[in-house]
Every structure is written in structure tokens, then in C-alpha cells.
Design a protein. Structure first.
Length: 357
């Protein structure tokens, strides 16, 4: 199952909005065939593994799947039907599909056709690679990751340089972007950095021959102050979304959805925005590159799952803008754990995980 999970990871840059799934077929200790889901609309992992199987199925043949096989018709047919026709009688499933269309129904159909099904092997690992998909279908919000580069004295801007973190750290950021369905920033960040918010990696960096899928670009522009003909983020035909408090409309030439959102004392209502992103745009993983105010709001309102700091040993001093300045105590319904600490060049990447109770 651990190997099947490694196969599933090969699809993390391309499967959205679908989950990443891996599958192997074995006989005893020998792997006979394998497969993983690559992108929406293409064959699922189980079907690929069965197509690659060159040996006749017998009583010792087992299938290991990281996610419960689908039992309904979407862009592809039900995988349960293909498995049943194959004759395999022993299946190990790491986790149930949280999608209500499938959850438990796939297992029930397999068992009703005389197939032995074991559930739960390496469940935590399978849930981790699909935490965005799980969040979207169960909570109706994406899995939210926020990132900041900070100095030793916790500043997020440097008046003397565009960058705080090293080139190696900035490349590491690109892998987080590539795994995300959308990137969100505030209008202030656009004015300051004028970034395109595209993935600055090659196919070889992702170990993938598929076309690089750039995340949807999202801007919070409360009063529609940005000139869409001026900033790099609005270039190209890729989908862009501008959440604002004024109007809902569509710019066909630049493929921009303008969506009106109600405000509260901290600005546009982020929970509403996240609901729209999950339900309308099927966003599994949302990557936010916030300034100080936006990060404070995310933490204060308990709207973040993961916070990534790239900490530089540089000291900036009083002229730099500080990161988190929480004025009110965060909710008691959340605990924060340090998930990992990794040295990257002369920086340290720290990932904090926010656990909601």
C-alpha cells in the first residue's frame, strides 16, 4: 500500500479536481501491475492497473488501492464494474471515498459480488495526499495553505531588496504552487510585487510529461481599485477571479470572473469566498500568499490549515513590515503543531499545521 501511495503522488500536479489515486496488483510478494490516476477524464488507477496486467487472475491475486473505487458514472465509467469483471477476489483499500456519491457504496458493491475487501491500510498517508479533496467534498471549503517569507526579526518586507528568502527557497515555493488549484493574494500584494503568480518550473522539475497546469489566479480587490490592463496577473487566457464588494460580471477578453462578496469589519468575508471556490470552482487546495493583514484575518477567523514560513537569517529592522500581529486571542477550538522544519540553503522552512477541534 505504501508503494501504491507513492504512485498516487505522481498525479498530485495534474489530477485536480479529482483525488490522487494509486493502485497495484500483486501475486504473493510480486507486483504484477500498477497504475495511477493522471488527470480528470482519463482512466482511473484501478482501470490502468488492470489494463497493464499481463497474467491471468487467480486466487492469490490481490489489488491494493489508495482510495475506494468509484461506483457511479462521471467522466469515466464505474471502476467497481471493471474490477468485478476482472475476477479479482481480494482487495485492500486504504481509505473510503468521502464523496457522498461513493462513500461506502463502492465497497458494498464489491462485497455483494463476492469480493473480500479490507479497509484502512495506511489510511493516514492516503488522507494526507488528498486532504484538499477531502476538505472540499466534506466541508465545502478548500484546504488552505498560507506562505510568508520572513526575516529573523519577523519582517515580511525589506526596503532594500525585493526578496527576503533565498533563490532555493523561492524555487521550493513553486512546488507548493504547482500542487495548488488556485493562488490567492490581496490587491496590495499585486500593487507591491506585480507578480504573474504562475508556476516557474519545468516539466522535468515535476517529473511529469504533462502540460503544466497553472493555478487559477485570485485577487481580493474590495473596491475594484486595480487596473486589469496594468498588472501582470491579469495577462493571458487562464482563469482569473476578482472578489470585490461592488459587482458581479465577466470579462471575456481576459477570462476574469468578478464576484461580489459582502464585507465585514475585516474586509471581504473569506469564509464565503472559500465556499464559492470549493463549490463553484472545485478548488481542492488553495495557496495564499498573504500580507500581514490578510494573514492576521486568516488566523483570527480560524480559516487556515497550514502556515509555511521561509525564515531568513537576515535582520531588517524597524523599516520592515511585521508579520502576525494578533490583537485578539485565537479560537480555543484550534491547536497548532509544528509539522516540519527543513533547512533550505541558508533559510529554514517551518510548516505549522492548524488542527481544528
Amino acid at each position: 500500500m505504501e508503494y501504491a501511495i507513492e504512485l498516487a503522488k505522481k498525479g498530485i500536479y495534474t489530477t485536480s479536481p479529482n483525488p490522487s489515486v494509486g493502485c497495484i496488483i500483486t501475486e504473493g510478494n510480486k507486483i504484477l501491475s500498477e497504475g495511477y490516476h493522471l488527470k480528470s477524464g482519463s482512466d482511473h488507477a484501478e482501470v490502468i492497473a488492470l489494463k497493464n496486467l499481463k497474467k491471468k487472475v487467480n486466487n492469490e491475486t490481490c489489488m491494493y488501492i489508495t482510495l475506494e473505487p468509484c461506483c457511479h458514472t462521471g467522466k469515466t465509467g464505474p471502476c467497481t464494474d471493471t474490477i468485478i469483471k476482472s475476477g479479482i477476489k481480494n482487495i485492500f483499500i486504504s481509505m473510503l471515498d468521502p464523496n457522498p456519491l461513493v462513500k461506502g457504496k463502492g465497497v458494498k458493491k464489491l462485497r455483494s459480488n463476492g469480493i473480500s475487501v479490507n479497509i484502512g491500510l495506511c489510511k493516514d498517508l492516503s488522507e494526507k495526499i488528498n486532504r484538499g479533496f477531502i476538505s472540499r467534498v466534506t466541508k465545502k471549503i478548500p484546504y488552505v495553505t498560507a506562505k510568508q517569507a520572513i526575516s529573523m526579526d519577523y519582517k515580511i518586507t525589506n526596503p532594500k531588496s525585493k526578496w527576503i528568502s533565498s533563490a532555493q527557497s523561492r524555487k521550493d515555493v513553486q512546488y507548493f504552487r504547482a500542487k495548488s488549484c488556485a493562488i490567492l493574494v490581496s490587491s496590495k500584494t499585486i500593487i507591491k510585487d506585480n507578480s504573474k503568480l504562475k508556476i516557474k518550473l519545468k516539466k522535468s522539475d515535476l517529473n511529469n510529461n504533462e502540460k503544466i497546469i497553472h493555478p487559477i489566479r485570485i485577487v481580493l480587490d474590495t473596491n475594484l481599485s486595480l487596473n486589469i490592463n496594468k498588472y501582470n496577473i491579469f495577462e493571458g487566457k487562464e482563469k482569473k477571479i476578482i472578489f470585490n464588494s461592488i459587482s458581479t460580471s465577466y470579462n471575456e477578453n481576459k477570462n476574469i470572473d468578478f464576484i461580489k462578496i459582502r464585507k465585514d469589519k475585516n474586509g471581504l468575508r473569506l469564509k464565503n469566498i472559500f465556499n464559492i471556490l470549493a463549490i463553484k470552482y472545485e478548488i481542492n487546495n488553495l495557496y495564499i500568499e498573504p500580507g500581514s493583514k490578510l494573514l492576521n484575518t486568516l488566523v483570527s477567523y480560524n480559516l487556515i490549515d497550514e502556515l509555511v514560513f521561509y525564515k531568513s537569517p537576515e535582520i531588517i529592522g524597524k523599516l520592515g513590515l511585521s508579520t502576525l500581529v494578533i490583537n485578539s486571542k485565537p479560537s480555543k477550538n484550534i491547536s497548532i503543531v509544528t509539522e516540519s522544519i527543513t533547512k533550505i540553503s541558508n533559510d529554514v522552512r517551518i510548516i505549522y499545521k492548524f488542527l481544528r477541534k
